[in-house]
Ligand binder design. Structure first.
Ligand code: FAD
Length: 436
């Protein structure tokens, strides 16, 4: 039987698998569709800041492959090597055993990982926000540090525990700092200490917070952050990270025990092992999402450099919005390559962004209409409920939103994700840089 193997169960791979299976069934075809991924779910990343902030339970932002991808075989494993001429791949399962798999069509959607730099201590002491383990760790770690600060005799050590540094002021870093602030405020009320004693620092080399949403909304977001007591320091990054302090690029030292590194992403490590042409580290593909010179290989999402037909000369940005739509086009074009239906080029105009800034506030620019305050909050939450690809998850997240409106946040540090679990290497599969 003809086999299609999809690598990665993120937005692109999940959508491709779901549509492809339907497309083949509609045409009465017989195709063996397999999705290979180290995790058995699709992670709805836009709600990771809410997980870190304790608004939404981590399970509610995971869409299980079992039960949602009917007719698709889900295989737990990380693809390590692809042989493009022999049409095979090798993957390692969670028990560290290596297996080989044959394919007639290969769909590469391994997404992206946090972009790290050779900053001493970064990979050891900082944590990212790309996986459920990282989001859970940040929530638990911040709360644990706030709890420890209440029993520290040395005020300087306590102040360090109450200082949280977030690096990266794009939408994910900004959402994260806003949610952690709300969590710390809830902890202060419930544990009986002064919320103003918790210091939040948001750093970025850029000159503006969230350049993606434009100057007006970026300024609105900046005003909200400042009003919430978050220090935003632009034109700055880290040069050293230690267990109890960081050094900034202006040579100043900040004592802190929590560093979140959310500065951007780069294509998954698998891409550079392929030996194929890349652009900005992403695998080059044509407008039909085929890899040039390899008619049986397709790629899309954060891992691929997909030409943006609405902005000639540019590639599409790494967003979920593009990833989902590219997943649909992939399904259609892979099916067409097997004789079911017709192929089409990928074309999608950006529909705008929604950014949740914690209690009562958000900014959004749907269809280029600039919104802030309550209207933006309503649009943001409605958008996520609509975009979650499973009814049970919509229900659970909807209830979490209502609970958040009616009750104080639950302040518990359950230790579900350890410092090791949340390391970039363990949770995202990034090899540790030499500097550490
Ligand atoms: C905190 C955060 C908030 C975000 N918020 C938004 C938002 O509000 N709006 C928006 O549009 N975008 C948002 N994004 C961006 C969005 O998450 C990405 O653009 C999207 O996830 C890309 O989808 P993908 O399928 O290409 O990759 P991913 O979703 O990253 O999925 C890749 C999959 O491949 C798997 N994989 C990796 N390597 C291998 C391998 N070697 N073998 C097998 N499987 C592998 C991974 O485990 C994963 O399942 C956000 C991202 C983050 C981190």
């Amino acid at each position: 039987m003809t086999s299609v193997v999809i690598v990665g169960s993120g937005f692109t791979g999940f959508e491709c698998a779901r549509r492809l299976q339907r497309q083949v069934r509609r045409h009465g075809g017989d195709v063996d569709i397999t999705i290979v991924s180290p995790i058995d779910y699709m992670l709805y990343t836009p709600l990771l800041p809410d997980v870190a902030g304790g608004v939404v339970d981590a399970r509610f932002v995971t869409i299980p492959l079992a039960g949602t991808l009917r007719g698709v075989r889900a295989v737990r494993g990380r693809v390590e090597k692809v042989d493009l001429s022999a049409h095979t791949l090798a993957y390692t399962d969670p028990d560290d055993r290596t297996h080989e798999m044959r394919w007639d069509r290969l769909v590469l959607t391994p997404g992206s990982v946090t972009r790290l730099f050779d900053i001493p201590g970064l990979a050891t002491y900082a944590r990212g926000l790309k996986s459920a383990a990282e989001a859970l760790y940040l929530r638990d770690h911040v709360l644990e540090q706030l709890e420890l600060a209440t029993i520290d005799d040395d005020p300087a050590v306590a102040a360090g525990r109450r200082t949280i540094v977030v690096v990266g002021a794009s939408y994910s870093g900004t959402e994260l700092v806003a949610q952690l602030r709300a969590l710390a405020d809830a902890a202060a009320r419930q544990m009986g200490f002064d919320a103003a004693s918790v210091r939040f620092l948001l750093l970025d080399l850029a000159e503006q917070v969230m350049p993606e949403v434009g100057e007006k909304l970026g300024k609105a977001a900046m005003d909200v952050l400042t009003a919430r007591g978050i220090e935003v320091r632009l034109g700055l990054t880290l040069t050293e990270v230690h267990a109890d302090h960081v050094v900034l690029s202006d040579d100043s030292r900040v004592d802190c025990r929590t560093v979140a590194w959310v500065t951007g992403v780069t294509a998954a490590p698998l891409i550079e092992t392929l030996g194929l042409p890349t652009e900005k580290g992403r695998l080059k593909v044509g407008v039909d999402l085929r890899v040039p010179g390899h008619p049986d290989v397709f790629a899309a999402g954060d891992a691929a450099a997909v030409p943006d037909l609405t902005q000639p000369g540019k590639i599409t940005p790494p967003t979920a919005q593009h990833a989902v739509r590219q997943g649909k086009t992939l399904a259609r074009n892979v099916a067409a390559s097997l004789g079911y239906g017709t192929a089409k080029d990928y074309r999608h105009r950006n529909m705008g962004l929604v950014v949740d800034l914690g209690p009562h506030y958000a900014v959004a620019n749907p269809l280029n209409i600039h919104l802030s305050g309550y209207p933006a909050k309503a649009v943001t939450r409605a958008y996520h409920l609509y975009s979650l690809p499973r009814m049970v998850n919509r229900w659970a997240v909807g209830l979490a939103y209502v609970t958040d409106l009616l009750f104080p946040r639950t302040v518990v540090s359950m230790g579900l994700s350890s410092q090791e679990d949340a390391q970039f290497s363990a949770s995202e599969g990034i090899p540790m840089p030499k500097a550490d």
